[in-house]
Design a binder for this molecule. Sequence first.
Ligand SMILES: [Fe+2]
Ligand SMILES: [Fe+2]
Length: 452
Amino acid sequence: MRRILNLTLSFLLLGTAVSCSPPKSLYQTSGKIQALIQTKTTYPEARFIVVSDTHYFDPRLGTTGKAFQAYLDKDRKLLAESSELMTAAVQAIEKLPADFVIISGDLTKDGEKSSHQAVAENLARIVQSGKGVFVIPGNHDILNGEAIAFDGDQTRAVENITPDEFAVIYEDYGYAASLDRDTETLSYLAEPVPGLWLLALDSCLWKTNEPGKHSRSGGAFSQHTLQWIESTLIRAKREKKSVMAMVHHGVLEHYPSNDNYYPQYLIHDHERVAEMLAHYDVMLVFSAHFHAQDITRKSFGQSGKVIYDIETGSLVTAPCPYRIVEITFDQKAVIQSRFIDTIPSHPEDFKTYREDYVFDGTIKLGDAALKKYMVSEKDRQRLNPQIARAYITHLRGDEVRPATILDKTELGLWGRLILALQGDLIDGWYTDLPPADNQVTIDLTDGTYQNN
Ligand SMILES: [Fe+2]
Ligand SMILES: [Fe+2]
């Protein structure tokens, strides 16, 4: 019954996990590797910016008209403003002192070739300001069958891109200068600062996307890619490099019951992936996909190994964030967050506009889903704003629990049943798993943290 009703709130995004159960990793079976992973390296000083889920939509593909409006009614990203938001982010980044920028996937709305080309042109401006740029694909970016343009009340398919084209379009943003590449995915290894390796991991399922259909939302690594990751981490240990990772899908749960609700936002078998990364001292993993500002932490028993999943929200979803990370000489990672607070079309009211937009969008999506499950209009009117408030609170991060999580008064029997079975999702969105989400300092020597 719970499983059936879990579908009720799955209006946020549909996806599928894949099944595979990899054999044990080398760090679990080899004495030599177990000795190697005890060696420590020192992080070099570095300063970088994290951006994610830019979901750029080429304005030349149409951002007005009936068909575009109909699309927006089923979405809650600021797609009409994506170009302005990209420009604002690039302008902010140009002015900031930093060594490099990482963008952890979902670069485009739905993988349109011209959107990708426009993203690359924007990234060129960042490079011109003296910073390296490193990207990976998100689930929307490659072989997406819903790459479309809007014209009046019509839509038409436009060219999407293949994985090979992704590596060519973004050759100056990770691929050309990579130290190594996985042969099966768009994962690569880069060294943005001498001594610091960036493991840029492609967790997307573009291999199984179907023509004419939306790309798959879930994420997984094949056994081949897991072995490539581990061999790269062994190499890093031998060459005394510090390693951090970026990946579109999460490696840790971002709220209680994340594994039950929306598991497609986490990498399949994510505990195993997180444990392996942690054992090779990959303490910082920059993820994306859910569009929330959320950092979570896990330590692995007596090994003392710790991993942080630092999820960055979407540039086109309130609060339109990006992060600034500084690795200091005394081995601290100081994480700060900034927000795009103004764009030309909303010079004064953008902070309110962006929040209202996602709030209203969530109500629309939630209402349609609850309607499908025969929840009465009266119950929907009472539930929708409560669900939307919980969701937007999670997107902002640093959640503060309200006195009443859910007001059940005046709900009908069916509305109450839905809540009895789904209420822990709303509770989860109001639960801020440690550490803080927007400003935090991580001690890279022992994995402790301090909320700033
Ligand atoms: Fe996204
Ligand atoms: Fe995504």
